[in-house]
Design a protein around this ligand. Structure first.
Ligand SMILES: NC(=O)c1ccc[n+]([C@@H]2O[C@H](COP(=O)([O-])OP(=O)(O)OC[C@H]3O[C@@H](n4cnc5c(N)ncnc54)[C@H](OP(=O)(O)O)[C@@H]3O)[C@@H](O)[C@H]2O)c1
Length: 281
């Protein structure tokens, strides 16, 4: 049976991807940074009837020692590994000028450097096997900038540039790199991410407006994270996977717009969508 390691499986997409792949017969190493949060995944696996396909283990992608321990526990190369799904991710909402260095660095550590560090540890195995698939949960935020979300957008742009480059290097070893780019989905990230909204901020009117607008927008269009689980399963099963899978209507629109429309026009469209002309500065 094929075997996959997934990061950030305590909630959201990571949990949904774990359940979907286990149901389809994959042996899943479902990792999370805090094993105390495994309850929701345990329950979902019990309901799915596929819990025997999943081993849950600790992995904090921002901690090099934790990465090293998790990779040792995979027992490579004796037991092969067919794929990794880099799913763990964090965000922080706020105007760039109001965000502190710690929040910005945390986003890059998890969403960018963590992916690079784990990939580096797995590539020798994938090369030796002459087989491997690296799936990265990116975002539609990699298509165009968004107000009050600059470090998150930057982290997804960074990881996409890295992934596009890596794909050239590893193709020869029969290793595929795949970007999955969802629009908004109902996961924990919206509530668990810090929102930096100081009342004395010069950006306060914009931030208040965005908070309300994004909340309404997300509630209205956010989809079921199970959809992303299905797309990842499809990308892993494909004989020749696509490089990019945009998931959800807004991601698909943005995907097309990115290649076809000038950036100033995209900014106007997004500004109108978010009602930015109504902000009372
Ligand atoms: N939801 C959306 O609308 C959306 C859209 C596009 C892309 N995404 C991306 O989807 C991915 C999953 O996010 P989600 O939406 O499913 O949100 P989520 O429910 O908050 O899940 C994020 C997961 O990442 C884990 N995580 C955070 N820091 C970690 C670290 N240092 N090491 C290992 N795991 C860590 C979290 O663990 P803890 O529980 O311990 O914090 C959690 O399990 C992220 O990369 C996100 O950027 C989300």
């Amino acid at each position: 049976m094929p075997r996959v390691l997934i990061t950030g499986t305590s909630s959201g997409f990571g949990l949904a991807i774990t359940v979907e792949l286990a149901k389809r017969g994959w042996d899943v190493v479902a990792t999370m940074r805090d094993l105390g949060k495994r309850g929701e995944l345990d329950r979902a696996l019990q309901e799915s009837g596929a819990s025997n396909k999943v081993v849950i283990s600790q992995l904090d992608v921002a901690d090099p020692q934790s990465i090293a321990r998790a990779v040792v526990a995979l027992d490579l190369p004796a037991r092969g590994l067919d794929a990794v799904v880099h799913n763990a991710g964090v965000a922080a909402g706020g105007a760039f000028e109001d965000l502190d260095e710690a929040n910005i660095r945390r986003i890059m550590e998890v969403n960018f450097f963590g992916i690079l560090a784990l990939t580096k540890r797995l590539l020798p195995t994938f090369r030796a096997q002459h087989r491997g698939r690296i799936v990265i949960i990116s975002s539609e935020s990699a298509f165009a900038g968004q107000p009050a979300n600059s470090p998150y957008c930057a982290s997804k742009w960074a990881v996409e540039g890295w992934a596009e480059s890596l794909a050239y290097e590893v193709e020869h070893f029969n290793i595929d790199v795949v970007l999955v780019e969802p629009g908004p989905y109902r996961t924990g990230i919206w509530d668990s991410s810090p929102r930096i909204l100081p009342k004395d901020s010069p950006y306060y009117p914009l931030l208040r407006h965005l908070e309300a607008t994004v909340e309404t927008h997300v509630r209205k269009i956010a989809g079921d994270p199970a959809d992303v689980g299905k797309v990842v399963a499809k990308a892993l099963a494909a004989r020749r996977p696509r490089f990019r899978y945009a998931v959800g209507p807004t991601a698909k629109f943005n995907h097309i717009a990115r290649g076809k429309l000038p950036s100033t026009l995209v900014r106007k469209i997004i500004g109108r969508f978010l009602g930015l002309s109504r902000v009372r500065w």
